[in-house]
Design a protein around this ligand. Structure first.
Ligand SMILES: [Zn+2]
Length: 334
């Protein structure tokens, strides 16, 4: 797989004590979301304490390849993003692979992080034209039965089994890509979810979209954990669209719930819902549903599965080169 390129635009700014920035790359974060969040934290540190030394600590949850080493996204996050790009703007970086102290840091932190993908057809994103099976694990182990819960806990580096979204117990072993679509029994093809989050998670051929949904649901459903945070953190979280405290979840229609996921996970804008040829979209939607989604718990319609299929259908209409790299952030409007 080729490497992403990171470019950025600059505007200036400027001192005090050092600030530590921690980021634990969750199993459900991909390179894009983890890099974007660390970058925002570094920018925030410069905004609240201009010129203060910044110390970045990165840890990794899951994200292993078949040799037990870090997978492509985690390795690229450490080597190219943190020790490469980010090293200009911080004083120290601590990662599982290396700890580095730099002589100086540049406080002219770019406004925008831009991630560019290699043009050689490298294997980024879900191929909407082919509707392939796209697991995270390139070479799954050949086990025939589901791994024990403890094996998944160990892989994820958790202390004990808990739902990845809401941290409740008991947990179920949720396939990332369902076996009916060719998903493996490899430990990397499993998440731990409570019964209700398992029943909501998508049954689709694209592992990264499953993880993006977990990431989205975690943002959506666990805002209570921020209630005790310092005021300045709360302000920052609010500015970044993160809710503090679980409010009332208003009942919405099935399609408005699908719409919210299309906006939050697949970055649809309002204008994207004004589809010129609705019938063509629906035809593709049904093709995608038949070829690349599954059913679970005999739930006929899952919001998350439908949102994914609409997004892939739109990609098919837009062109053969369309690939999907889900972002998952919370939007306030439904
Ligand atoms: Zn849960």
């Amino acid at each position: 797989m080729g490497k992403r390129k990171i470019k950025a635009k600059v505007t200036p700014e400027r001192q005090g004590k050092g600030l530590a920035i921690y980021h634990d790359m969750a199993v459900y974060e991909n390179f894009e979301r983890a890099a974007g969040r660390i970058f925002e934290s570094v920018k925030h540190a410069q905004a609240i304490r201009p010129g203060a030394p910044r110390y970045v600590y990165i840890d990794i949850q899951g994200h292993k390849n078949e040799n037990g080493a870090f997978d492509h996204d985690a390795f690229e996050l450490i080597s190219d993003f943190a020790l490469g790009f980010l090293s200009n703007y911080v004083s120290e970086i601590h990662t599982p692979l290396a700890d580095i102290k730099f002589g100086k840091q540049d406080d002219n932190i770019p406004d925008i992080l831009r991630i560019q993908y290699p043009e050689d057809g490298s294997d980024y994103g879900y191929d909407t034209a082919k509707l392939p099976l796209k697991p995270r694990e390139a070479q799954p182990d050949q086990r025939k039965t589901r791994p024990p819960i403890q094996a998944i806990v160990d892989y994820l580096g958790m202390d004990e089994p808990a739902c990845l979204v809401c941290w409740r117990k008991p947990v179920e072993r949720a396939h990332v890509v369902p076996t009916s679509l060719g998903g493996s029994m490899d430990v990397r093809n499993f998440a731990l979810l409570c019964k209700s989050h398992h029943a909501e998670s998508p049954d689709v051929a694209d592992a990264e979209s499953f993880w993006a949904w977990v990431d989205y649901a975690e943002l959506r459903d666990s805002p209570d954990k921020w209630l005790g945070a310092p005021e300045e953190h709360k302000r920052w979280l609010t500015e970044h669209g993160i809710k503090i405290g679980v409010g009332n979840r208003e009942p919405t229609s099935f399609f408005s719930a699908v719409k919210r996921e299309l906006k939050s996970i697949y970055s649809w804008a309002d204008s994207d819902f004004k589809v010129a040829d609705w019938q063509a979209l629906m035809d593709e939607f049904h093709k995608v549903m038949d070829a690349a989604t599954g059913k679970h718990f005999s739930i006929e319609k899952k919001i998350s599965t439908h949102a994914w299929a609409y997004n892939v259908a739109r990609g098919r209409i837009q062109g053969p080169e369309e690939r999907i790299i889900p972002i998952s952030r919370l939007t306030n409007d439904n």
